[in-house]
Design a protein around this ligand. Structure first.
Ligand code: GDD
Ligand code: MN
Length: 348
């Protein structure tokens, strides 16, 4: 088996670190490995404890950083200091079972470039999470699947527990702001085979989570950035379509005296086509697969936008909501439907 570097990012994990390293020693008996603790000058003295452990074990290293610089960059700094052919990331708080390391390493030796410990494949689960946190986690997963096709085959894109071959990130430029480095690796890394192994994400026994509301915002920005700002481009194109539509209608009716009903049909069709062209040559230019004509035909399915818009308007007005509010909600839902259709059908 190859050498593995186990990276343990820590911020205020004094009560957990020793137990964790002991468990790693036990789990990796007979394996060539090193542990790299990356501590951000934890106020509780985790760094000193790590130094103590390192002084007793040759294969434990500590990277000290001056202050809390974030989980993502901690992992990268750990990887930069590592010697192993494989790198593993595990949280210090024992929510990620070290017993699983051996299984994950075996998978890696079988030729998988990335092995992910997963809560969302058969056999995996989460312990003691509130309904809200579950919902946020699922929403985040959903978001990554819609915006980032490369993550679609992975069930737990949010996992903080994984092993990857170091070649995967060789020469890759990371942004690494925030918690979820795995997603960035999945989008930018160089790899062929990914596999997930199930585990139970246990509740924390000591210390507290560093997951904050701003991490949700960080995540949102990360996914949008990794998608090359696709959602915003799509919105801009949609707005341009409104002008094409209105402009055509106006021109046909007031200059060519075409009847409103006929002009309306032409205006809608032209705006669908112009939206399609902008999206095909700009928004989704990296996602063009198959024949142009097929996409051109499929793009008419984006009529789903106006249909959803109109249906929402009708239903909401019927239940008594103000018509402008109803229409605003309708526009939003229509946009979402159209966007989803584009991401998953036209430029899947
Ligand atoms: N060095 C350093 N710097 N370590 C940090 C920092 C930081 O800024 N922020 C957090 N850590 C360390 C913690 O000390 C812990 O060991 C680990 O990173 C995870 O932090 P938690 O606060 O325990 O995160 P969580 O339990 O909410 O979520 C974790 O597990 C999820 C499921 O796998 C994270 O790994 C998530 O990314 C992951 O989705
Ligand atoms: Mn945790």
């Amino acid at each position: 088996m190859h050498k593995i570097s186990v990276i343990v990012p820590t911020y205020n994990e004094k009560k957990n670190l020793k137990r964790l390293t002991d468990k790693i020693f036990k789990a990796l008996e007979g394996v060539d490995f090193e542990i790299i603790v990356v501590d951000d000058n934890s106020p509780d003295g985790t760094g000193q404890l790590a130094d103590e452990i390192a002084s007793k074990h040759l294969n434990v290293k500590v990277v000290h950083r001056p202050g809390k610089l974030g989980l993502g960059t901690a992992i990268l700094d750990g990887a930069a200091a590592s010697e192993g052919e494989f790198v593993s990331v595990i949280d210090a708080d024992l929510q990620h079972p070290p017993e699983l390391l051996k299984t994950m390493l075996e998978k890696a030796s079988e030729g998988y470039d990335i092995v992910i410990a997963s809560r969302y494949v058969e056999g995996g689960r989460v312990e003691g999470w509130s309904f809200t946190r579950r919902l946020i986690s699922k929403g985040a997963l959903w978001l990554s699947h819609i915006l980032l096709p490369k993550t679609r085959s992975v069930k737990d894109t949010q996992s903080g527990y994984f092993i990857f071959k170091k070649d995967v990130i060789d020469g890759v430029r990371f942004n690494a702001r925030g918690f979820k480095l795995l997603i960035e690796i999945l989008v930018k890394g160089k790899y062929d085979k990914v596999v997930e192994v199930p585990y139970t994400f246990k509740s924390r026994e000591a210390g507290e989570s560093k997951m904050r509301l701003n991490e949700i915002f960080n995540y949102l920005m990360q996914v949008i950035r990794l998608s090359n700002y696709r959602t915003f481009k799509f919105m801009a194109v949609g707005i341009s379509g409104v002008f094409v539509n209105l402009g055509t209608l106006w021109y046909l009716v007031s200059f060519l005296s075409v009847s409103e009903l006929v002009a309306g049909v032409v205006a809608i069709e032209l705006s669908i086509l112009s939206n399609f062209l902008f999206n095909d040559f700009w928004t989704f230019k990296d996602r063009r697969r198959g024949r142009f004509v097929y996409r051109l035909i499929k793009c008419h399915g984006s009529a789903i936008g106006p249909i959803v818009n109109y249906a929402t308007l009708a239903v909401l007005v019927w239940v008594g909501v103000h018509y402008l509010v109803s229409d605003a909600i309708g526009i939003l839902l229509g946009f979402a439907a159209n966007y989803l259709f584009s991401e998953t059908v036209i430029w899947s």
